[in-house]
Design a protein around this ligand. Structure first.
Ligand code: MCN
Ligand code: CUM
Length: 787
């Protein structure tokens, strides 16, 4: 794709420049930190230097005496308001400000409200907290030991750090298949703790109007309506008196799904002072205290015949959830959608067990384009397939091709009960191999190996499950996962679409207008997409788990079709013919057999607002609402091929090229889809090669800045080569599947498989991410590093 491509606005699906970029490229976006209100005060959070310590005392008197300080909020203040603890998205509680103990380094201890940001920060140093340090639990594997310190002694009757056990699949049958198999490949692997690190950190401006009792909250959120409901439940403020506004968001990536203590403190600060209060965290605060991702310690086993027919997969996971269980996922799924670990293969049996534990680390998660933990699941199964190929001496592409689900098996119910909606997997893998010129790459690799060069070719094939969810099976804190949408066509034929989901950079203002354009034949330029303001949009669960297109996108298509049906009634009155005699073509209704006799949507819109006589019971105007409750998830998939070169002297990895064929069903805007894929591939290079949230034994966070926690740049990324196949979702009104997380989910395994393929001649079978030079170098010397 060339950078100068300048497509005309399509009347529907197609490559169209993003409408929102008109303001973004001019620096005219409005982010939370751009909000400035008269009399606004500024908040700052005092954080714990310890990973685990008892709070002996807090003396805030010197801070309170600071001339510019208006209030100091501590856990004691919040206790008196019954706000010291808040519910998490996983039915646990989290301290808003610590009262008894601190449980991770960076935990929120006090909140200062001052006249400016500098004074607020200065005053933090005047707060005197006496801590009694306690031994910290950092290694999840040690958290369940009998003598491990108990982190959550706030929960009555709790004696250890165990949170939950969860299992799926048929254990007995799986064990039988394993016992009878010719070969079993076993591999322990870690998906390290990583961080979504959006460029815009998290923050809130809270404005409680003491006269009207109305609370307005500008906040960095991916789910404004869910936040409003939670504020109502937590703070006891009537829901109609709360307005949550999510203005432009500078990247979410899952980091902005939940409610952070700083948000609640800003609200409390505004209630206490009667003034608007702004709180914006800095980079270190974001990295140290907000939603992490992954931290899955996985033991995987794969059973196969000697010829390479994969029979079964068995997994045990130790899941490190940090100090409060704050992971975001539908209630019935404590390990998220990890149950999709059976991947894209035709298995006889599968079983997995996940145990969640507390450690002295930041809570939150799942985050970072995770598809509710399908990232971990895909990494696991795609590494296992490669380990099996290594053991059997088979080509990894050939092994995958032999075992992929076949098109005639769809809809396919996996051994853990997920119903994959549609796919032609072999065609997609074939497309990726052709794009990469796979046979030639292998020939080249053989030549280079003879010269002592370490070139690697890595594959991954992924199946995703996105679009939560059917309301019957999926809710967050009791809120069913369905989305509302509302469409109004004004008298002059311009339209406004109101959505519950929330763009953080995905281009919703463009693509959702394109859906309406496709259905109604109104130009996307004439359709305004309103989102991110609970006073102006219908209720819905928000944007994460790549659910916007599968759920809100479906709602948009349905609502547009309802408007089209209404337009038909109006057109029949205008043309004085029966509705049955009308036919639709994009943008107009006309009389069957007489193309000239028709009315376009603009004429119909005007008539709908006029004195035209409509049939009994038909109201005027041209609008509709819809609440879409999806019948199933959508299952996008893809095949990736990564080519790397490893420096034999240093272990430094260079990603030479990357070929990605994605199938997300019908593409609304192929250019935006490609942008989503580019971003996700870069994420994969980052996680595979350079990212980990590291801690020392005492729980000190070792990655509190971008000097230590690395983001991939264009220097580390190749020029991506993309391909596509299109298998529509049979149950989605426009056949689209979600794509926002696909590449992040699918790419780490391809990069890691490529690096391990490069060092295969040295006898390396597995090494854990991140494959930074030291890790690769150690593995090459037979000494894999342990993170
Ligand atoms: N799209 C399309 N055709 C399809 C599927 C999607 O044109 N068949 C378009 C959509 O209309 C939308 C975009 O692609 O404009 C992404 O759509 P979708 O897959 O529905 O994902 P969401 O909009 O729900 O976005 C969420 C997803 C998640 S969960 C994370 S995490 C992530 C991601 O999006 N965070 C992002 N991509 C991101 N991209 C940016 N720039 N910033 C983030 O924070
Ligand atoms: Cu899991 S990161 Mo996205 O779902 O917001």
């Amino acid at each position: 794709m060339t950078a100068v491509e300048n497509p005309e606005t399509p009347m529907g699906f197609g490559r169209m420049h993003r409408k929102e970029d008109v303001r973004f490229v001019r620096g005219k976006g409005t982010y939370v930190d751009d909000v400035a209100l008269p009399g606004m005060l500024h908040g700052a959070v005092l954080r714990s230097p310890h990973a685990h310590a008892r709070i002996v005392s807090i003396d805030a008197s010197a801070a309170e005496a600071h001339p510019k300080v208006r209030a100091v909020v501590t856990g004691a203040t919040l206790e008196s308001l019954n706000l010291a603890w808040m519910p998490t998205l996983s039915h646990d509680v989290q301290a808003v400000l610590a009262t008894d103990k601190v449980r991770f380094q960076g935990q929120e201890v006090a909140f200062v409200v001052a006249e400016d940001r500098y004074a607020a920060r200065d005053a933090l140093e005047l707060i005197d907290v006496e801590y009694e340090p306690l031994p910290a639990v950092i290694d999840a594997k040690k958290s369940l030991a009998d003598d491990a310190p108990v982190i959550r002694d706030d929960i009555e009757g709790r004696t250890g750090n165990h949170i939950f056990d969860w299992e799926t699949g048929d254990k007995e049958h799986t064990d039988e298949v394993f016992a009878a198999a010719d070969v079993v490949a076993v591999q322990d692997m870690l998906y390290p703790r990583v961080h979504p690190a959006p460029l815009e950190t998290c923050g809130t401006v809270a404005d409680m109007d003491p006269v009207t009792g109305k609370l307005t909250v500008w906040t960095t959120t991916q789910a404004p309506h869910a936040h409003r409901t939670l504020y109502a439940l937590v703070a006891g403020i009537p829901e109609h008196k709360i307005r949550v506004i999510s203005p432009d968001i500078g990247g979410g990536f899952g980091n902005k799904v939940g409610i952070y203590p700083g948000y609640v403190c800003a609200v409390v600060g505004s209630i206490l002072t009667g003034k608007p209060v702004k709180w914006m965290e800095d980079r270190s605060e974001n990295l140290m205290s907000t939603s992490f991702a992954r931290d899955y310690h996985m033991h995987g086993e794969i059973a196969a015949t000697r010829e390479g027919r994969i029979l079964a997969v068995r997994v045990k996971v130790l899941a490190d959830h940090g100090a409060f269980n704050g992971t975001a996922q539908p209630t019935k799924f404590p390990a998220g959608f990890f149950g999709v670990f059976t991947g894209s293969y035709d298995l006889m049996a599968a079983h997995c067990e996940v145990t969640g534990v507390y450690t002295n680390k930041a809570p939150g998660g799942v985050a970072y384009a995770c598809s509710f933990r399908i990232t971990e699941a895909v990494y696991l199964v795609e590494r296992l397939v490669d380990v099996l190929a290594y053991d059997l001496g088979l080509d990894p592409a050939e092994l995958r091709m032999r075992n992929l689900l076949r098109p005639e098996q769809f809809p396919y119910e996996s051994k853990t009960g997920w119903v994959y909606d549609s796919g032609d997997y072999p065609a997609t893998l074939r497309a990726a191999l052709d794009l990469a010129d796979y046979d030639e790459l292998r020939a080249q690799q053989a030549r280079r190996r003879e010269r002592g060069e370490l070139m690697g070719i890595g594959l991954s094939f992924f199946t995703e499950a996105v679009g939560a969810g059917p309301r019957k099976h999926m809710d967050i804190l009791g809120l069913g996962m369905a989305d509302g949408a509302e469409l109004r066509v004004h008298p002059t034929g311009k339209a406004v679409l109101r959505l519950s989901c929330q763009s953080q950079g995905q281009g919703h203002e463009t693509t959702f207008a394109q859906i309406v354009a496709e259905e109604l034949g109104i130009s996307p330029d004439d359709i305004d997409v309103v989102h991110g303001d609970t006073d102006q949009t219908p209720f819905g669960l928000g944007t994460y788990g790549s659910r916007s297109t599968p759920v809100s996108g479906a709602a948009t298509a349905v609502v547009a079709r309802k408007v089209r049906d209404r337009a038909k009634i109006v057109a029949s009155a205008m043309l004085e013919v029966s509705e049955d005699d009308l036919e639709w073509e994009k943008g107009r209704w006309f009389v069957k057999g007489d193309r000239q006799a028709g009315r376009d949507i603009q004429e119909i819109a005007l008539a709908a607002h006029s004195d035209l006589e409509l049939p009994e019971g038909v109201e005027g105007h041209l609008d509709a609402t819809c609440v879409y409750n999806p019948p199933n998830l959508t299952y996008p998939f893809g095949a990736y091929v990564c080519v790397v070169d490893v420096d034999p002297g240093t272990g430094q990895v260079t990603v030479r090229s990357f070929f990605a064929v994605d199938d997300c069903g019908v593409r609304i805007n192929p250019m935006i889809v490609e942008g989503q894929v580019h971003g996700g591939l870069a994420d994969g290079v980052g996680m595979a090669l350079m990212q980990v949230m590291a801690f020392d034994e005492d729980g000190n966070h070792l990655g509190g800045s971008f000097m230590d926690y690395l983001l991939p740049t264009s220097l580390e990324c190749p020029s991506w080569r993309l391909g596509e196949t299109v298998t529509p979702s049979p149950h989605h009104p426009i056949g689209a599947k979600g794509v926002g997380e696909s590449a992040t989910v699918g790419s780490p395994a391809a990069v890691v498989n490529a690096v391990l393929d490069a060092v295969k001649p040295l006898g390396v079978r597995h090494a854990d991410m991140p494959l930074a030079p030291a890790a690769v170098w150690s593995a090459m010397r037979g000494n894999p590093l342990r993170t």
